[in-house]
Design a protein around this ligand. Sequence first.
Ligand SMILES: NC(=O)c1ccc[n+]([C@@H]2O[C@H](COP(=O)([O-])OP(=O)(O)OC[C@H]3O[C@@H](n4cnc5c(N)ncnc54)[C@H](OP(=O)(O)O)[C@@H]3O)[C@@H](O)[C@H]2O)c1
Length: 361
Amino acid sequence: MAPVSVFRVALLVSFSVFLTVVLGFGLPALLNAAMTMLGLPETSVTECIVLLYLVFVLCVATPRIPRGLVEVKGKAVFITGCDSGFGHALAKHLHKLGFTVFAGCLLKDKGGEGAKELEEFHSDRMKVVQLDVCSEEQVNQAAQYIKDNLEDSERGLWAVVNNASVSMFGEVEFTSMDSYKQVSEVNLWGTIRITKAVLPLIRRAKGRVVNVASMYGRIGNVLRSPYCVSKYGVEAFSDCLRYEMKAWGVKVSIIEPGNFIAATSILTRDSVASMANKLWNEAPSNVKEDYGKAHFERHMALMRSYCSCGHKDVAPVMDDITDAIMSRRPYTRYNPMEPHWWIRMQLVTHLPGAISDLLYF
Ligand SMILES: NC(=O)c1ccc[n+]([C@@H]2O[C@H](COP(=O)([O-])OP(=O)(O)OC[C@H]3O[C@@H](n4cnc5c(N)ncnc54)[C@H](OP(=O)(O)O)[C@@H]3O)[C@@H](O)[C@H]2O)c1
C-alpha cells in the first residue's frame, strides 16, 4: 500500500479534533434541550460522555447478543463458485455443521481439483453440481437437480449463497467494454440468474438468500471500476429483493468482505501480472502515450501489493455467512474486513463526497 501522506494524516487528525469538539460541546447542549423538553434535570458533560460510551459499547456488543439459531437438520444450502476460495471452504464448513450442501463447481466436468475434493467426501449430504452461472442451461439443470434431490421438496431449499465471481482491474481507459461485460456476466447477471432459478424453492422454505458482494459494492476505488460496477449492482439487486421478499418471510443478506485476496484465488501476483500485460498490450496507443508506462507500472505495483496484505484466514467470512444462514434474525449487511477499511467505508458512505475525496484520493 502507498504510504499515507503528511497532508492526509493532518486532515484525518483535524477531522477527529473537529468531531471531538462538536460532540463535546454540541451534545451536552442537545441533550439539555431534550431534557428540558421532557421536564428532566439538566445533564453534565460527564453524563454525555457516559452516554456516548454506552452507545459505542452497545454498537460493538450488539452483534454478540445471541439472536437464536435455526434447526439445521433436514436443511439444504446451494452455494455457487465452490471450486476454490470462500465457496469451497463454506461447502466444507456447512457440511460439517450438518447441512445438505449443493456445491456448484465451474470445473466439475473438467475434473477440477476443488470439485474432486468435495466429491471425495462420499457423503449423501455433499452433492457436487456442474455450474457455470453464465449458462442459462446449466443453471436450470442445477435448479432441477436440487429440486429432485431435496430430502423433502415440499420444505424447499433453505438457502442459496451467490458466491461465484471473477475479478478484473484497470483504469477506465485501459479497460475494454468486453472486460466490463465479462465481470458483470458472472458477478451480477450470474447472481440474478441463480436467484431467479431457485427463488420458488427458497420461498417455500421461507429461507435465505445470501449474496457475497464486497466492500467494493459500497465504495469505489481507482483501478477497480469493472469489479465495483458488478458489486454495486449486486447490492442494488439484494436491496430490492429484500423489500420484495419480506412478504414471503425470506431474508436477504449481503456479505461485504474487505481484502481477503491472500486467502483465496481471486487474484494472485501471477494473475495480476498477466492481466497487467494484457491491459498494456491492448490499450489504445494514445492512452498509453498520455498515461505513460511509469504511471501504469505504479498502479500495477499497487494491485500486486493487495495480493500479499489483508486477511490470510477466511474464518471471518465463514462466520458471517453462517450467521446469515443460521441466525433467526440475520443482519442485512455483514462487513468482515480490517478496521481501516471499515472506517474508510463509513467515512466514504456517510461524509459529503468533497470531504471523503480529500481524505482518500
Ligand atoms: N477474496 C477477497 O478479497 C474478496 C473480497 C471481497 C469480496 N469477495 C467475493 O467473495 C466471493 C468469493 O471469492 P473468492 O475470493 O473466494 O475467489 P475465488 O477463490 O476465485 O472463488 C470464486 C469462485 O467462483 C468461480 N467462478 C468463476 N466464474 C464462474 C462462473 N462463470 N460460474 C461459476 N463459478 C465461477 C471460480 O472458479 P475458477 O477458480 O475456476 O475461476 C472460483 O472457484 C466472490 O463473490 C468475490 O467477489 C472476495
